[in-house]
Design a protein around this ligand. Structure first.
Ligand SMILES: [Zn+2]
Ligand SMILES: [Zn+2]
Ligand SMILES: [Zn+2]
Length: 259
C-alpha cells in the first residue's frame, strides 16, 4: 500500500445523481461515472484510516468499497449532504469504543444538536455511535498525516477544506464545497499532487464554484492533477472530460488515488 490513499466514496451534489424523478440524459446515463452519491472521501495510510464527511449515502458507500476501518471522522461542514450518515459510524465504534470527530466549532455544534442522542451520554448501549468531539481551527494529526483546515466561503458560511501533509510533503487538498478559494488558501495548497475541487456545473451558482471558476483555481494552484467533485446532473462525465485540459479530470464514485 502507498502511504496516502484516497477513495472517493461520493462525488455528487446535495441531491445526488440520478436525481429522484429526473429523466435527463445524465440521470439516465448508463456510464457508471455519472452515478454520483453524496460527496465524501475515505483516506487510508499505513497507521490509520478516516473519512471526510458522512453523507446520507455513507452506509452504502462503505458497503460498496468494503470499508472495514474508520478511526476518525473529519467534517467539512454541517450541510445535510455531508453529515446525515453520521449514525452509520456505529460499526466503527465496536463495543461502544470512542470515535474522534473533527470539525469547526459551528460544525461540531450542529452535529451535537442533530445527533444529541449520540453525544449526551444517556441511553449508552454497546454498539451505539460514541463520538468524541474535537473542535479544530489549527492543523492536527491523524497518524502521521497532518490535516490543515482551509477556511473557504460557501454561501453565507465559511466551511473547511483540508490539506493533507505527510512528513512535510503535501499529499492532497480537498475543497468539496466552496464559492471561491481565497489567496491564502491558494498559497497553502500550491503545487499539491492532487487538488480536489468543487465544480458543480457549467452555470454560475451562488454557493458553489462552476467549472470555469474551478479551472481558474486549478490554473493558480498548478497541482499535479486536479479532480472535480460535487457535480450535479447537468454534467455528463464523458462530455465534460473531453473538453478539459489533460491534467484536470473528473472524480467518480469508487475512484482511488495514491500518493
Ligand atoms: Zn455539499
Ligand atoms: Zn437529471
Ligand atoms: Zn454545502
Amino acid at each position: 500500500m502507498a502511504d496516502f490513499n484516497i477513495t472517493f466514496l461520493g462525488t455528487g451534489t446535495s441531491q445526488g445523481v440520478p436525481v429522484i424523478g429526473c429523466d435527463c440524459r445524465v440521470c439516465r446515463s448508463e456510464d457508471l461515472r455519472d452515478r454520483r452519491s453524496r460527496s465524501s472521501i475515505y483516506i487510508e495510510t499505513p497507521e490509520t484510516a478516516f473519512v471526510v464527511d458522512t453523507g446520507p449515502d455513507f452506509r452504502m458507500q462503505c458497503l460498496r468499497e468494503n470499508v472495514r476501518r474508520v478511526e476518525a471522522a473529519v467534517f467539512t461542514h454541517s450541510h445535510t449532504d455531508h453529515m446525515m450518515g453520521f449514525d452509520d459510524l456505529r460499526p466503527f465504534c465496536p463495543g461502544g469504543a470512542p470515535l474522534p470527530v473533527y470539525g469547526s466549532e459551528t460544525t461540531i455544534h450542529d452535529l451535537q444538536r442533530v445527533f444529541i442522542f449520540a453525544f449526551n451520554g444517556e441511553n449508552r448501549f454497546p454498539g451505539y455511535v460514541n463520538p468524541v468531539a474535537n473542535i479544530v481551527n489549527e492543523p492536527f494529526k491523524l497518524g502521521e498525516t497532518l490535516l490543515t483546515p482551509l477556511p473557504v466561503p460557501h454561501g453565507r458560511t465559511t466551511v473547511f477544506g483540508y490539506l493533507f501533509t505527510r512528513h512535510g510533503e503535501k499529499q492532497a487538498a480537498y475543497l468539496s464545497d466552496c464559492k471561491a478559494v481565497p489567496d491564502p488558501v491558494i498559497e497553502q495548497v500550491k503545487g499539491v499532487p492532487h487538488l480536489i475541487l468543487d465544480a458543480l456545473r457549467y452555470k454560475p451558482h451562488p454557493t458553489h464554484m462552476n467549472i470555469e471558476e474551478a479551472l481558474a483555481v486549478s490554473n493558480r494552484v498548478k497541482p499535479g492533477r486536479t479532480w472535480f467533485t460535487h457535480l450535479c446532473h447537468e454534467v455528463l462525465h464523458s462530455e465534460l472530460e473531453s473538453e478539459l485540459p489533460e491534467d484536470v479530470r473528473i472524480a467518480f464514485d469508487g475512484l482511488k488515488l495514491s500518493v
